[in-house]
Design a protein around this ligand. Sequence first.
Ligand SMILES: [Mn+2]
Length: 362
Amino acid sequence: MVKILLFSDLHLRVNDSLGVIRDGENSRLQDKRKTLKQITDIAIKEQVDLVCDLGDTYDSINPSDKLRLLYAEGFQGLNDVSLDGMSACIPNIKFIRVLGNHETDGKVGAGEDTAIWTYRNGYNVIVRPQRQVLNNLEILFIPEVSNDKVIEALEKYPDALVLGHFGIQGADYGTGKKDESGILLKHIVNRKQPVRLGHYHKRQRHYIGAICRANFGDKDITTGVTVMTFDDANKLIDEKYIEVEDRSLIEIKFHEESSQEKRIENLITAVTNMAKDAIIKLRYYGSSEWFQSQDVKSTVKQYYDIGASKVIVDFNMLNSEVKELEEVDTNFNFKDLISKKAQEDKQDESIGLKYLNKASEL
Ligand SMILES: [Mn+2]
């Protein structure tokens, strides 16, 4: 029997707009540390033979040492992942990480460079298609490589279980947009064993879904791990999804056209949606004059008072140009917003003020 735990798309990052700085680090990193602990706990409880990270562990090809350490420490409970000088732990669980597209910065084959540091931390990182046998079960690992290489590997090992990180045409980005650049579905249907992938964060056919929410595009996804069990004849006898809790993301919209009652209703909805501990995005749609007249400061404070973990404000002009504020200073005013945006864009403030004029023309 072989039991495998799969998770994907952790997207560890030092700067995360969904977090606040707490005890000297981004609160989302603290959230993700808890996520890793939960994965380890499930792996031990379920007595799996292999934990496999299906990619996009990091956002880039060269993550900082802090992130690499956080990851390695997160899986210390599994003895295949041990840091230099740290003793191995009791459960004998294999650990494999498959490289995702975010970790190659879009350069095909670039993953091979990352192997240098990843091997140093004592676990296997798959940077090119590779077949391995685990207790008699044939597994084909496919990281982010060109479509041709994905297809070549699939054809070379037609009987293997496929664990990887690549796109399939027609797959759902989660925003309603469909994959148009991945491999064709025909290459994976009619295989003897399942194909389970990371990449798209929304759980769907072939994709296990992300372990946590990376941005507001993920606000409606479920987060969790997949556990697959194969019998001695290598037949899949059980597959279950175990939810792993992640902080919720709530979007609240304020439209210039909507009534006061509607705005109050929005607030109530947010509260009943458990705004406590959540990451809130207040989205304003209207003219700049209207936005200036809104008591954004009090609204932001209101959410922090309820216990929101982070409140993000964005203002959407009538011409639908989105100007987003990452950090909200509760003392800010609209002119400050313009000047902040101008600084960020390295532009003269007067260019920013054109937005004001533009909006007043509407
Ligand atoms: Mn991803």
